[in-house]
Design a protein around this ligand. Sequence first.
Ligand code: ADP
Ligand code: MG
Length: 405
Amino acid sequence: MEEKRFARATWQIMEQLLEVNDLVEALSGSLEIIVRELNSEAGAIWFLDRKTDRLFPVFHIGPVDISNISIENGSGIEGLVTKTGKSIRIEDAAADPRFDSSVFDDSGLTTRTMLCVPLNNLHDIIGCVQVINKKDGSSYDGEELQLCERMASLAAITVDEKGLIVNAEEKKEVLIRLKGVVKEYPSGDSVLRVLKGVNLDIYQGEFVVILGESGCGKSTLVNIIAGMDVMTDGELYVEGKNFSHPSDHELTTFRREYLGFVFQNYNLMPNLTALENVQFIADIARRPMKAADAIAKVGLSDRANNYPSMLSGGQQQRVSIARAIVKNPKVIFADEPTAALDYQTSIEVLTVFEEIVKTQASTVVMITHNPEIARMADRVIKLRSGLVFSIKKNPHPARAAELVW
Ligand SMILES: Nc1ncnc2c1ncn2[C@@H]1O[C@H](COP(=O)(O)OP(=O)(O)O)[C@@H](O)[C@H]1O
Ligand SMILES: [Mg+2]
């Protein structure tokens, strides 16, 4: 029975590693299979950066956000595995002298049992893969360790060296932190729990994509971060300051000075020209750029005096992006900004976002249900039924022009 189950998992992992060109993508898919098969609470893939001799998580599954953590090669279980190239199985963390604590423990998930295996390139150890705890409370056994090792060696024979170079990452500054965010709606006699305890950090200057199927809570989450909706329970921090229960005044200031929005349905004022739509927002902002400059940034200078009805969907969306960036906001939220657009126009709009991320200091948080768009992001947050399912870093984000769907 066990043999058969793992045979299927091994086969699925082989498919992942053979079919996908992108290394992180292939490994993430493989870890997802392992976490599912072993009924794990969490899992992570760590890459070793040779320059700093530290391990960075490129992908993790589970309820806590460990994106900003790095470990010295040789220290902790993860570092030991990467240093020595030998797997470690911790049956009972509390009773195991090798176990001190784990990065997951620091983030709020107590490790009871763990598997950690080295990730081998053909020539070198490039990091490690780990899984933490089992949902049924049991401990990892030797067979389960073998499955992880099999994945690691499959990775070694299929993966080509070129994809394995990881850039050193400086620790990024946390702009917004969510802790245990819950959102419920009354539904008849009971409640509908839409967000079930979301833990997530958003960093200064990053391009984050929040990916998930329709109805999983993406818009609800972003509306809460953006102060357009209130959470039922949990905590929200903005630049370290507790912003869980802001006053109306604080909220207005926060929205006006901090945030830019782009929605699926442009929401332009029909009786104002493109430029006037942008100017209107610039007038109420504290440190705006010139409206004409914002229009130029989205490539619409020659259309500045057109009314929305004279513009195509893609052009209208670009006006709404200009309106979002004119405030010089710290964060731009874009909720399915290309959902109403055809492929070609979507790429044009995404190219504008790409430019913004490159040239402005703004953080961009984009919601989408299109996994292809996620390839552009620095970090991809996968949301599943009201919880963060996984977080992946793209060591080499794709250009908008490379996306195909
Ligand atoms: N105001 C509301 N009242 C009741 N239920 C809501 C409300 N807003 C959203 N929901 C429900 O919450 C769930 C998540 O919605 P949403 O955040 O819009 O999902 P997504 O953006 O991922 O498609 C859905 O089941 C939706 O029906
Ligand atoms: Mg939505």
